[in-house]
Design a protein around this ligand. Structure first.
Ligand SMILES: NC(=O)c1ccc[n+]([C@@H]2O[C@H](COP(=O)([O-])OP(=O)(O)OC[C@H]3O[C@@H](n4cnc5c(N)ncnc54)[C@H](OP(=O)(O)O)[C@@H]3O)[C@@H](O)[C@H]2O)c1
Length: 297
């Protein structure tokens, strides 16, 4: 996690400017994916806000504003937050309201329980009357009902509903709820070095027509540590201009993935990540090679 201090801010602004220039030069078409239940298309790279936006202070708000602006200027829309991410919902809400960006974004949040008071608080913090996606965070009960979420969706408080987990021990519960309740989205941990989702949740998501958001696409930064000091292999430079793009394009290379949501408080990293939704994607043979490369480290 990077904490943004006031001293870092000038450097951050410079990095944001460079990042925006680099993005403006990238004119390849955006990779978008259809939400299976509606056909609405989403840009395949979004933003996660766990830990990076959890402090309600001016440096965090400034960093968040630059990261969100970088996202929007590059054609991105998807932002994932949660009622449990400290002040992230409030930080995000203030940034979106100040820049009048609500209509340009696909805002997803998560509740710890199907609790109307918790939903009301999230709506107030995000400063919105309607969420794009409302998810139940960390499903662990296979009998979990999504009836309250469906009622809120019918009332127009959210456009889509979903469930999440990043605990493999709870994947059986995720599968039970996904198969029975058929939410619009499932969000799970999926990264080049954590591919359990390929075996378990992704096939069922495709079967029940659920969109997939991938949490922890860098394994909380673990993948960057694994390749530290190494160059991107020659055979990957045609589709990946950075390690971040290498890692994200592996995920987007799976058609079942609707969007990846890497977390960052750094606008230059945001721009780098957004580069993963431009240009060629790895084909199935290249994806196998990427797996062999990472497994061989
Ligand atoms: N149960 C759930 O639903 C659940 C659980 C966990 C996470 N999530 C969601 O998934 C999102 C992503 O997870 P995460 O943020 O914990 O982990 P992550 O996206 O796997 O990794 C984030 C780390 O990667 C670094 N990073 C990002 N872009 C980079 C780049 N281009 N180059 C170098 N480093 C880069 C970030 O540092 P910098 O800030 O320095 O860029 C941060 O340390 C969360 O923010 C949250 O929204 C959901």
């Amino acid at each position: 996690m990077t904490r943004i201090t006031r001293r870092d801010f000038a450097a951050l602004a410079g990095a944001a400017l460079l990042a925006q220039k680099a993005l403006a030069q990238n004119t390849a078409p955006l990779v978008t994916r259809a939400i299976p239940k509606s056909g609405e298309r989403l840009p395949a790279v979004g933003l996660g806000t766990a830990r990076v936006f959890d402090s309600d202070d001016e440096p965090t708000r400034q960093a968040a504003a630059q990261v969100v602006r970088t996202l929007v200027e590059a054609g991105g829309r998807v932002i994932d937050t949660a009622s449990s991410y400290g002040a992230a919902e409030s930080v995000l809400g203030a940034v979106i309201a100040r820049a009048a960006l609500r209509d340009k974004l696909f805002v997803a949040t998560k509740l710890e329980a199907p609790d109307a008071a918790e939903l009301k608080r999230s709506l107030a913090r995000i400063e919105t009357a309607k969420l794009d996606l409302l998810k139940l965070h960390n499903v662990r009960d296979p009998q979990q009902s999504l009836a309250p979420f469906k009622a809120w969706q019918a009332q127009g408080l959210c456009r889509y509903i979903g469930i999440t987990s990043t605990y493999h021990g709870d994947f059986a519960a995720v599968e039970a709820v996904l198969g029975r309740e058929r939410p619009d989205f499932v969000q799970i941990d999926y990264s080049l070095d954590d591919r359990e989702a390929e075996k378990r949740v992704l096939p069922l998501a495709a079967e029940v027509n659920a969109g997939v958001l991938t949490a922890l696409p860098f394994g909380r930064g673990r993948l960057f540590r694994a390749v530290r000091g190494r160059q991107i292999p020659d055979w990957a430079t045609g589709f990946a201009g950075s390690w971040a793009q290498f890692f994200l394009k592996y995920l987007i290379g799976d058609e079942r993935v609707t969007a990846v949501i890497p977390g960052t408080s750094d606008p230059a990293h945001m721009a780098d990540n957004l580069g993963a939704m431009r240009g060629a994607l790895p084909d199935q043979e290249q994806r196998k090679r990427m797996v062999a490369f990472i497994d061989g480290l």
